[in-house]
Design a protein around this ligand. Structure first.
Ligand SMILES: [Zn+2]
Length: 248
């Protein structure tokens, strides 16, 4: 039987039982175990982890845990520069793109509203989600830890809470997206890019009142949906202002 002392930092504690949070605890295991496996056996999905120190030195996920190791596990650092150390994951994705689990429809709509590239369908199977994440380099957002533990998934995040607005703020913070948002540039329905279109070109598709009161339109080149700054626009703008005010 081997024993190690291990501590998880910051939001990684969300995955631990209360008695193990914010403190060093002893953990026993048998046989030859990688640090990745050990961390996941304690309930923390590996895509959440960005840095592992063993006896003060950074290691990658393949490290085989030794009896007596002292282990510190850190989540992704957004501001702290840890470049000289070994990050356990591949390079962070420069322009974050996402694929969302089928239960996160509202969050998907919000992310698209902010112009963030978001693949979502309400009928994707777990396997498809993992595959899209891996093949397209998309960060997998889910509340299902089992899904995040799949080997194929290298970039993922376990969405906290069930309130879509809080989920949105959490995702913006975790991936440092506040400066990257571009509201009303993406189709909420299909994730396509919106482009300006002349009123003349789509006039025949408008309701008489819309035609009367609005002159600026955008169209989704993927699904042909037309957008304009109607009554819903102000509510959305207010929602966005509120969300972006929570950057700190
Ligand atoms: Zn569209």
């Amino acid at each position: 039987m081997n024993q190690v002392c291990i501590r998880f930092y910051a939001e990684l504690n969300d995955f631990l039982p209360t008695a193990r949070r914010q403190k060093t605890f002893a953990h026993s295991f048998e046989g030859r175990v990688s640090i990745k496996h050990l961390i996941e056996s304690l309930g923390v999905p590996h895509p959440e982890v960005d840095l592992v120190l063993v006896n003060g030195r950074s290691v990658d996920f393949s490290y085989i845990v030794q009896d007596g190791d002292r282990i510190s596990v850190y989540p992704v650092f957004e501001s702290l520069n840890i470049a000289p150390l070994v990050r356990v994951r591949p390079q962070p994705l420069r322009e974050p793109r996402f694929v969302l689990d089928t239960h996160l429809g509202r969050l998907a709509a919000y992310l698209r509203m902010l112009g963030i590239d978001t693949v979502y369908r309400n009928d994707f199977a777990d396997e498809e989600l993992a595959q899209i994440s891996s093949q397209e380099g998309r960060i997998l957002l889910t509340r299902d830890r089992g899904l995040l533990k799949r080997n194929q998934v290298t970039h993922g995040y376990c969405v906290r809470g069930t309130n879509p607005r809080h989920q949105l703020v959490g995702v913006l913070r975790r991936f440092d997206l506040f400066q990257m948002v571009a509201p009303f540039t993406r189709c909420i329905r299909c994730n396509g890019i919106l482009q300006p279109v002349s009123k003349q070109a789509i006039s025949h598709r408008l309701e008489p009142k819309t035609r009367q009161y609005y002159d600026e339109f955008r169209i989704c080149h993927a699904c042909d949906q037309i957008y304009w700054k109607g009554s819903h626009y102000e509510r959305m703008q207010q929602f966005i202002d509120n969300v972006l005010a929570q950057e700190a």
